[in-house]
Structures are given as C-alpha cells and as structure tokens.
Design a protein around this ligand. Structure first.
Ligand code: UD1
Ligand code: UDP
Length: 364
C-alpha cells in the first residue's frame, strides 16, 4: 500500500515525523513524504526533516508563500496532477495549514481515502484561517484521528459518523519522547548562559497578533515591560520578523537588555529552551500542548484556543497583552495536573494500527 504523508509547514513535521518512522518499519505499506512547500526556508522545513530522520520528499509541490487562495489553489493543482500520475492508496494530512485542506480535497475528489491526523480541534473562531481548514478537512476525510475526547465530541456535534472517529492521542508527544535524549543533552540553553527557571521563551506568529501594527506595537511594549523582570528569549518567525521590521519595532526589541532575539530554531534547540524555561509566552498551537505535557506554565496571547484541554488539564492560560505582566507574576501558582489520557508517546503505533485495519478492510 502506498501512503502519502503530507508536510507543508513547520508544525507538520512533529506530527508526520513520528508516523513516518513507524510506517517505514512496517512490511505492509510504503510511506511517501510529499512536501507541499508552504514553508521552504531550511530553518522552517529541512532542519525538521533531518531532525526526525525523514528522507528527501518523494514529491515536492513547491507552492511557496502567497495569499490563502494562492496557497490553497496552488497545492490543489499540484497535488491533483501528482495523484493522477502516481496515485497513493491513502493520503494522510496533519494539522490545520492550508495544504492540509487542499490535499484532503484532492483525495476526496479523486476517490482516494484521506485520514486526518489531529482531527476535531475547534477554536470556534472562524477569523482564524486554520479553523476553516479544520472544519472542512474533517468533513472531507474518511478517517479522523483525534488527540483527545473533546475533539471526538466536536466531530460528533458536527454530524460526523462515530465510526469515522478514532481517539489516538497526541502525536506531538511521540515527537518529544523520540527526541528527549537529544533535547536534554542539547547545549542551546547553556551556550546562551541561560539558567534553568531564570528566563521565559516567546513565540509569536498569529496574524491576529502580528499583522495589525497597533496590536503588534502594544505587544512589543508589553514584552519589553515583562523583560525588565525576567529575561526573554524569542526565536522570531519570518512573518513576525517581517512585520516587526516594517513597523521599525525590531530594533526596539534588539535594544532591550532583557530580550534576546533569535532566528527560528530547530526542534531540539527550541525544546531545550522550553524545557528550562520558567514560562512560555506564545500564540502557537503546538507549544500549548508541549508545555502542558512538560508542566511548564504557558501564557497564550489569544482569546480562544482549539486545544481547551490544555486549559482544563494543563498549564495553559489565555491572556490579552494587558494581562501579561500580572500573569507573569502569578506563574508559581499554576501547576500542571499531568498529561491528558493517551498523550503517552505511543500515538504513532496506534495510528499505524488503525491505518492498517482500514486498508485491509477496504482491500477485502
Ligand atoms: C502557517 C500556517 C499556520 C501555522 C504556521 C506555522 C496557514 C493558514 N497558516 O502560517 O497555521 O501556525 O504556518 O509556523 O496555513 N515565510 C518565509 N519563509 C518560509 C515561509 C514563509 O519567509 O519558509 C514568510 C513569507 O513572507 C510568508 C510569511 O512568512 O508570506 C507567512 O507564511 P505562511 O506560510 O503564509 O503563513 P504562516 O504565518 O507561516
Ligand atoms: N518550534 C520550533 N522552533 C521554533 C518555534 C517552534 O521547533 O523556533 C516548534 C514547537 O516546538 C512546536 C512547533 O514548532 O513543535 C509549533 O509550530 P508553530 O508554532 O510554527 O505552529 P502552530 O503549532 O501554531 O501551528
């Protein structure tokens, strides 16, 4: 059986990486990495491919940057052409980026079964492009692998047949556990003289935070105020770097004694920083989950999350910029309660077993 595993942007690699490794070692299928190319800078793409031991892509669609329509349509055209000349038996899409939806749509149109890894997450906020991608992908896919029970409930509420839903747990935890040894041994923290618990990590890239100049300016001022009390280490996403530069805020951050700006980091280096941090300030989806798993306080600069389990069972808290300084002072009082069920590092084998069951069923 030929299985296309789609990667497109940074957060796809932590999900497809662990699955690829399990399928690679199976004798009943041939996994093929398809890179849609939404992220193409090495620090957002090939460093992750290499970290997770993924091969050169079987197919590279090269969609690149552009508007949502350009990216969605570009992948649609390129992947359809690819599937027509070399069809897979199944397509696995992950997460909620534009290419996730495009590839699911190609599969649905060509009659190729699609499975969605990390299905069922909902923020309820359709201003997020990812929310539209999630809802539509889940309608198109025949098999929905969810990370937690709340996701199953979301899907059932949307009328999706229960037999299409399988709660497999959170594959990002597999990624962390695969890399734990390397993360703990990594020297990124030490090389920067950062003492454990004596700094916070920042990541920002959501359009709602970085695209509007006034919002971005307010955030920058808040980060500067926070950094007066606790050093901040901030690997800057290219979208954010661009906006900071245009608004002349990049130099404001560089000039602040408590703030260290870095290029986007590889997975091992980034998680080495997270592991030693007193807290993480973020608007990332995946980072909310990683911090919950590790019991590290996470302050999420958003007004909703598609991962509410990180609020209920984890260390996550939604805040607006005005509340960031006081939230940083209250960190000690917010402890994690342990990992949610099935966030155990064994999700990839469960996904592989599920895929095999479905393939065999169809073949019979
Ligand atoms: C995308 C995803 C978002 C995900 C994020 C992870 C969508 C709708 N958005 O957002 O869900 O959380 O990736 O990081 O799918 N750029 C580069 N180099 C690259 C790629 C992009 O410099 O390799 C710059 C370009 O100027 C581009 C901008 O970053 O216009 C934004 O990239 P894009 O892929 O459109 O969206 P992200 O903000 O990265
Ligand atoms: N990450 C990384 N280097 C960085 C920032 C994040 O390796 O400089 C990892 C992080 O550990 C998580 C993933 O990238 O596994 C999250 O991706 P991102 O925040 O880009 O996307 P989102 O999860 O918001 O869609």
């Amino acid at each position: 059986f030929k299985i296309d595993l789609i990667v497109a942007a940074r957060p796809n690699y932590m999900k497809i990486g662990p699955l690829y490794r399990v399928l690679r070692d199976a004798d009943w299928c041939r996994p093929r990495l398809v890179d849609a190319g939404q992220h193409y800078d090495p620090e957002l793409s090939s460093v992750f491919r290499e970290a997770f031991g993924l091969p050169e892509p079987h197919a590279a669609l090269g969609v690149g940057s552009g508007s949502h329509a350009e990216q969605t349509a570009g992948v649609l055209l390129a992947y359809e052409a690819r599937c027509r000349c070399d069809p897979p038996d199944w397509i696995v899409v992950a997460g909620d980026v534009n290419a996730t939806l495009s590839c699911a749509l190609v599969g649905a149109r060509l009659g190729i079964s699609v499975a969605h890894l990390e299905a069922g997450l909902r923020s309820g906020d359709r201003r997020m492009p990812e929310e539209i991608n999630r809802v539509l992908t889940d309608q198109l896919a025949s098999l929905l692998w969810t990370p937690s029970e709340d996701a199953d409930e979301n899907l059932r509420r949307e009328g999706i047949a229960p037999q299409r839903i399988e709660c497999v747990g959170n594959i990002m935890i597999d990624a962390f556990e695969l890399m734990r040894g390397r993360i703990e041994a990594d020297g990124t923290r030490a090389a920067r003289g950062l003492r454990e618990g004596a700094y916070a990590v920042v990541t920002l890239h959501r359009p709602s935070n970085v695209d509007d100049p006034a919002t971005l300016r307010r955030l920058v001022e808040t980060l500067c105020a926070v950094a007066d009390d606790l050093p901040l280490v901030f690997p800057v996403h290219p979208r954010t770097r661009q906006q900071l530069t245009v608004e002349k805020l990049y130099t404001r951050l560089v000039a602040h004694h408590g703030i260290t700006l870095l290029e986007p980091l590889g997975y091992v280096a980034f998680m080495n920083l997270v592991l030693g941090a007193r807290a993480v300030i973020t608007d990332s989806g995946g980072v909310q989950e990683e911090t919950t798993y590790l019991g590290i306080p996470c302050l999420t600069l958003r007004d909703s999350t598609e991962r509410p389990i990180t609020l209920i069972k984890g260390t996550n808290r939604l805040i607006d910029p005005a509340g960031l300084e006081s939230a940083m002072r209250e960190l000690a009082r917010r402890d994690g309660q342990g990992a949610p069920p099935l966030w155990d590092g064994r999700t990839a084998p469960r996904v592989a077993a599920s895929l095999r069951r479905h393939l065999v069923q169809i073949a019979e």
